[in-house]
Structure formats: structure tokens, C-alpha cells
Design a protein around this ligand. Structure first.
Ligand SMILES: [Zn+2]
Length: 433
């Protein structure tokens, strides 16, 4: 897996099979001329030596040889681009992009696939591909940058040998649940991140679980990375957040798990009982203490009221992390976090009618009626900010409608459920009751 992934709950792609590693800012600053890249044979030998060190550090012995190779930046870029095309059909990516645009998370005129390719390939410095079970080392990094990247990628290879990442990835790609995919990616990347960190800090007699919250550290690192990279700085905010989520929140999740039960055996057990949502990653006690599993939500039942004229080209689960990103389009971070807390489950449908018009139909479930009320109130304000020129229709306490350009956006609250509809033709308004 590449150590950088974007995983948007949204981007299944980002959550690709590639587990990549983002470039730490301090390293990105090193002038390339300072240290010549090492020879290929030197890199392969260094990797072999690090397999033993990583196995000892992580408590997972190799079950067989690890296939590996050294690749130039261009070769890795081509490899990743090919993997994106093989594992995510162009059509699925296109529909995912349409959904993101309809939600306002992506600008209308952007090529989503190209954006994902650019973001992934610009940041890559090492790669483990569980589909082909091969690890790639970057030929262009100076030797002093290689160790922790290699430890991270070797950790993925060991995870794969012991816990069959390939099977997990395949199941996720077939699942229509980008939230769960992102959560599981956070386990794999968090594990790689803390193991590589432990490799660096063990000689200093430190332990990763005693460091400050690694989610916060990762966010700071992203800010520094952006100052080095115009490509990264120009990316939509939600993509950047999704890119670092598995590393930062995944590592933070494992810090908490370790404090609760300080052993690698406790981490290994998670692979047999995988996290089911980003909510469990963000709030680890909802995984290991009082398990809070997502409620299954079927939005097609209510969307069927729109009649036969609509198809569903894309569906997914947004989850707490992506709802935060959505709310964050119009609110500050703290407000967005509060409004998305208490998430119980959701399903989002991208709808398309015969005229090629798209709309969003999202059913959300909340832990309590108070959580639902809080989300409803936030989304009401969010919609007003999202459509500053829209006309507000007559509404009750539990429903809200905005009309704009012949379309309607609507909210409906009922008990612990809140429906969010974006962009339905006004003529279909009655279906939203
Ligand atoms: Zn990784």
C-alpha cells in the first residue's frame, strides 16, 4: 500500500490498493544534490536487513520471502496509474466524481480521476501492492530517508502475509461502503505509521503510545507539506483531509488501543475483528470499550417514492469523517465535529434521471433524537449558506425546503433519522414528504 492514501470515504480510489507514504516536510526540504540516491543493489540489501528488524519490532515473523523491486518516480507513477484504472473502473470513478461535485466537495470543472492520480503520485515515496504482493522502493530518495519508509512498507507486507490484506481490499472494493473501507485503511496505515515511528524512536527509549496525539501531529505535517508542494496546496480541502486520515487518525487509534491493552497481540486481534466505520477510528472507545457498530440504512426505500424515472449510478456510506468534511464546507472545524458526532449510520445515493440530471438522496441515522436534532439544525443552516440566493419554502419544525433554479434541496427529520436531499426537480417535491 502506498503510504499515502487518500481515502475518501469518498474516494474509494484513494483508498486504493496502494498504500503509499506521504513525504515528511522536513525531508522534502532537503536539496536533492545533497545526497545522491543509492544504488539499486544497496537498496535491496538494506530492505532485506530491515525485514528482520521490522519483524522483531512489530512482532510478526515473515512467513515467506517478500517480493520487491526498485522503481524510478516515473515507473511508480505509471504503475499506480495503471492500478487505478484496473481496480476502479473509469465509470465508477466518474460517478464518484459526480457525487462529490453534487455535494459541493469538488469544483464542477475538475477531472476527478486526474486529480486523484496527481495527488497520489506526487506524494508517493514507497509502495506495497497487496494485489500483486510486491513492495516497491523509491530509487530517488537519499539513503537517510529510506529506512522508515521501508519499515512502513515491510509492515504492510507482513500484515498481508498474516492477515490477507488482498482479501480485505477485494471485499471492500465490492462493498459500496467507502466509510468502512477508509476505516480499515486507517488500521493498515496506522499500523505501518506507528511501526515506522517506533523504529525511529526506540533507540531514544520512547514509545509511540506516549507521544502526543498523532492525529494532531499529522494535521500539522500536512500544513508543512502544503507549503512545499503547490500541487498539494491547490487540492480541495476534503481530498487533503482524506489523504492523511488513515495515517494520522489510524496512528491515533492505535495509540489508544495500546493504552487500553499494551501489546502487539491486541493490535493483531483487530485484523480478525475489523473496524466498521470511521466513527470507530475517530473515537477508539467505540471500537474497544463499548462497541458502537453502524446501523444499516437503506435509502432506496424512501428514494423509490420518486418513481421509476431515476437510476442509482453510485451509492455509498458517508460516515462521520466525510460528514465532517461536508459540514466543513460552511462551518469551522469544531462546529463540523460537533454536528457529525453521534452518527449512527447512513446511506447516500447518487440519483440520475432520464434527462441526465443528478441529485443526492442521503438517509442518516443518529444515536439519539438529540443527535438527530443537532445534525438537522446544522444542515438547515448549512443549506442556507450553501444556497445564499435560494428561496425558503414554508416549512414545519421537522422539515425544510429551499428552492433554487427549478430544483429543491430538502431536509426531513423523523425520530433519530434525518434525510438530506440535494437537487431534486421541483416537480418531484411531493415525493419528499
Ligand atoms: Zn502504508
Amino acid at each position: 500500500m502506498i503510504k499515502v492514501r487518500l481515502g475518501s470515504g469518498l474516494s474509494s480510489v484513494v483508498l486504493m490498493t496502494l498504500l503509499a507514504t506521504p513525504v515528511p516536510a522536513a525531508r522534502a526540504q532537503q536539496p536533492a544534490a545533497q545526497a545522491a540516491p543509492p544504488a539499486e543493489s544497496q537498496l535491496l540489501q538494506a530492505t532485506d536487513e530491515l525485514v528482520d528488524a521490522t519483524a522483531r519490532l512489530r512482532g510478526l515473523q515473515p512467513k515467506g520471502p517478500i517480493k520487491k523491486g526498485v522503481k524510478s518516480r516515473e515507473e511508480i507513477t505509471n504503475y499506480m496509474t495503471r492500478k487505478i484504472d484496473e481496480e476502479y473502473s473509469p465509470e465508477r470513478l466518474r460517478q464518484e466524481g459526480r457525487m462529490l461535485k453534487r455535494l459541493g466537495l469538488l469544483p464542477e470543472n475538475i477531472d476527478y480521476r486526474q486529480l486523484v492520480v496527481n495527488l497520489l503520485t506526487e506524494q508517493v515515496q514507497g509502495l506495497y501492492d497487496p494485489e500483486e504482493r510486491v513492495l516497491f522502493i523509491a530509487s530517488w530518495l537519499p539513503m537517510f530517508d529510506q529506512d522508515s519508509v521501508m519499515v512502513h512498507e515491510i509492515t504492510h507486507a507482513l500484515q498481508d502475509q498474516h492477515f490477507d490484506l488482498r482479501a480485505i481490499f477485494r471485499a471492500n472494493r465490492a462493498s459500496d461502503n467507502d466509510d468502512r473501507t477508509l476505516a480499515q485503511q486507517a488500521l493498515f496505515e496506522g499500523d505501518g505509521t506507528v511501526t515506522a515511528l517506533q523504529y525511529v524512536i526506540a533507540p531514544l527509549k520512547r514509545h509511540f503510545s506516549d507521544l502526543p496525539d498523532l492525529a494532531g501531529v499529522q494535521e500539522l505535517q500536512m500544513e508543512m507539506m502544503q507549503s512545499q508542494s503547490p500541487v498539494l496546496a491547490s487540492m480541495p480541502q476534503f481530498l487533503k483531509a482524506t489523504l492523511v486520515f488513515p495515517y494520522g487518525y489510524g496512528a491515533s487509534f492505535l495509540q489508544q488501543v495500546w493504552k487500553h491493552d499494551p501489546s502487539w497481540a491486541a493490535v493483531d486481534k483487530i485484523y480478525a475483528d475489523l473496524p466498521a466505520s470511521t466513527e470507530q477510528i475517530i473515537h477508539p472507545e467505540k471500537y474497544y470499550a463499548v462497541r458502537d457498530d453502524p446501523k444499516p440504512v437503506d435509502a432506496s426505500l424512501s428514494a423509490a417514492k420518486l418513481g421509476d424515472g431515476w437510476n442509482i449510478p453510485y451509492k455509498t456510506v458517508l460516515g462521520e469523517f466525510m460528514l465532517r468534511q461536508l459540514l466543513g464546507l460552511h462551518f469551522g472545524e469544531e462546529r463540523a465535529k460537533r454536528a457529525a458526532a453521534g452518527w449512527g449510520g447512513d446511506q447516500l445515493l447518487l440519483l440520475e434521471n432520464g434527462a441526465g440530471k443528478t441529485a443526492i438522496w442521503l438517509e442518516t441515522e443518529w444515536d439519539t433524537a438529540e443527535d438527530a436534532e443537532k445534525f438537522y439544525a446544522a444542515m438547515e443552516e448549512w443549506l442556507r449558506l450553501h444556497r445564499p440566493k435560494a428561496e425558503r419554502n414554508a416549512t414545519g419544525a421537522d422539515s425544510f425546503t429551499l428552492a433554487h433554479d427549478g430544483e429543491l434541496d430538502a431536509l426531513l427529520k423523523s425520530g433519530t433519522g434525518v434525510r438530506v436531499v440535494i437537487g431534486i426537480p421541483e416537480a418531484d417535491a411531493k415525493a419528499m414528504q
